[in-house]
Design a binder for this molecule. Structure first.
Ligand code: SF4
Length: 305
């Protein structure tokens, strides 16, 4: 079984107290059974504090966020009190694993870093060279499933188009859109902002940006010329992360369509807001890409030929 990762994966380090958008704010973290048992056995004052801030719902325990939507163990320095008091091994599964995501194949597991984490976003967006997938671990031969092999070939072909730097990024995106016979129902940012308003949000700053986009009503499909390489990395990231799931559903064209909508929306906000690309892409990921409901809702705006 192989473990495959993007070539920036091993450079990842959580920046903890320096993180401006800690993953310990806004997300209600479920606690795996093993960690919950450990927490229940912690003695003394810290043990009592742990249990006072955990609630069980439908048999699943989670940390109860405070009134500012912060994890109750995230201290004022942006550090985790569980980590400080009990050590790294005491972190629950989700806290240890974030921002990693996985794609499962018969002969390989792929692990990526989610764009919603600012340290991961920095690695992804600041990379100049074309992103490659590399083998992190190989525990021996495993049979390749025929369908998986077809998925990987189709995905590699998309990567090859996205990373063909002899063409402008615009030409690469248009080529993929043609090949997958994708059409979209609107062309102005106003209509797209309305579509995005229908989604679910945790942070008002995204909807505020949508309001301004709605007023401007620019061309949603305006050519991406500034920071072309960063947008290429984003496109590769979206395909790496989502292609396999859509392939399994037999709707891989949606993965390409979703990548195009995501790039266009990030580009429109980038042009309109004058903010750093990293901040916009990270927020887009946290609000849209990390929500299955939202990505699924966006597929309604992708017409496949
Ligand atoms: S978002 Fe990323 S960098 Fe920030 S605290 Fe979480 S894992 Fe660390």
């Amino acid at each position: 079984m192989k473990t495959i990762v993007p070539d920036y994966y091993e450079a990842f380090r959580c920046i903890a107290g320096d993180c401006r958008h800690s993953c310990c704010i806004g997300w209600e973290i479920d606690i795996d059974e093993e960690s919950y048992k450990k927490y229940q056995a912690v003695p003394g004052e810290f043990g009592a504090r742990l249990l006072a801030h955990i609630q069980e719902e439908d048999g699943v325990a989670h940390f109860v966020l405070d009134e500012k939507e912060r994890c109750p163990f995230l201290n004022e320095k942006g550090l985790c009190d569980i980590y400080t008091a009990l050590g790294e091994d005491a972190l629950c599964g989700i806290c240890t694993d974030h921002p990693r995501f996985r794609n499962f194949f018969e002969d390989r597991t792929e692990i990526g870093l989610g764009l919603c984490c600012e340290a991961a976003a920095e690695l992804i967006l600041n990379k100049e060279e074309k992103t490659k997938l590399v083998v992190l671990k190989d525990t021996g031969e495993e049979e390749t499933d025929e369908d998986d092999a077809a998925c990987l070939i189709a995905r590699d072909e998309i990567f090859a188009v996205l990373q063909d730097r002899t063409l402008s990024l615009e030409d690469r995106l248009r080529r993929l859109q043609r090949e997958y016979e994708i059409t979209f129902p609107f062309s102005g940012t106003s209509a797209w902002a309305d579509a995005f308003f229908e989604l679910e949000y945790m942070d008002n700053s995204f909807t505020e940006m949508l309001l301004s986009l709605k007023k401007e009503n620019m061309d949603f499909f305006a050519p991406i010329q500034r920071d072309e390489i960063a947008f290429e990395q984003l496109a590769v990231y979206f395909i790496f992360r989502h292609f396999k799931d859509f392939w399994d559903e037999g709707t891989e064209g949606f993965a390409v369509g979703l990548m195009i909508i995501s790039l266009r929306m990030i580009h429109a906000l980038y042009r309109n807001e004058g903010k750093a690309l990293l901040d916009i892409a990270r927020l887009y990921s946290a609000e849209i890409e990390y929500s299955e409901e939202n990505t699924e809702a966006l597929t309604e705006y992708i017409e496949l030929g």
